[in-house]
Design a protein around this ligand. Structure first.
Ligand SMILES: [Zn+2]
Length: 215
């Protein structure tokens, strides 16, 4: 079986996703990219993650052809592939419909730096991509464009795209985005949240980058 390690990572993080409550039902999806072969391992469409095994994970190349796997790939496979095509520094992608971040996406709002952990995204502000239909090439293009040089964005009326050099980073970012979105919503309900400025966030991002470089 090709991409055994990456397949197992997809299974492990799909199980985490299912248990975390970050995405209802089978709405989230996970992929890991292997730069050496140019292949992506991605979760299958509409499969209960409790039942998922490595053999169910679909392997695709960058042209979106299935290289190995009997199941249909996630409907958002195009969005995952667009990330890997555009950004050689991205090695994994996690997509969720996590409720608090998606609340911001429903409002079409960006998420400002209410907490330094948002710096895991590589940007001071998490921007919201305009709405396009799920699974469409337009959505994939808008997500990559909105992500810019960072690792994440919100998707209007849809959810969250979080990426990283590896699956551990992409997952941590998806969790932190949900945490920060919750902080922002509660703080906005109570008053006017203080937002970290660009200089403060640049210092945080530099420290996260140095930490990443040491791994
Ligand atoms: Zn989705």
């Amino acid at each position: 079986m090709r991409l055994q390690t990456e397949r197992e990572q997809v299974v492990e993080y799909c199980r985490k996703l299912g248990a975390s409550g970050l995405s209802p039902g089978t709405s989230g999806n996970v992929s890991v990219f292997d730069a050496a072969t140019g292949l992506m391992a991605i979760s299958p469409s509409s499969m209960d993650y409790v039942l998922l095994g490595a053999a169910d994970v679909v392997v695709m190349d960058l042209s979106a052809a299935v290289a190995e796997g009997a199941r249909r790939p996630s409907t958002e496979a195009g969005m995952h592939l667009a990330c890997y095509r555009a950004r050689p520094d991205i090695g994994a992608v996690v997509h969720t419909h996590s409720p608090q971040a998606t609340t911001l996406a429903v409002l079409g709002w960006d998420l400002p730096a209410v907490h330094y952990m948002l710096g895991l995204s590589g940007e001071a502000t998490l921007r919201c991509a305009p709405y396009h239909q799920f699974g469409s090439a337009e959505l994939a293009a808008a997500a990559v464009d909105t992500m810019g040089a960072g690792y994440a964005c919100l998707l209007q009326n849809h959810g969250v795209l979080a990426a990283g050099p590896d699956i551990g980073h992409a997952w941590a970012l998806a969790e932190q985005i949900e945490y920060c979105a919750g902080l922002y919503l509660r703080a906005r309900a109570m008053g006017e949240p203080r937002i970290l400025d660009d200089e403060q966030m640049a210092a945080v991002i530099a420290r996260f980058s140095a930490y990443l470089a040491q791994r």
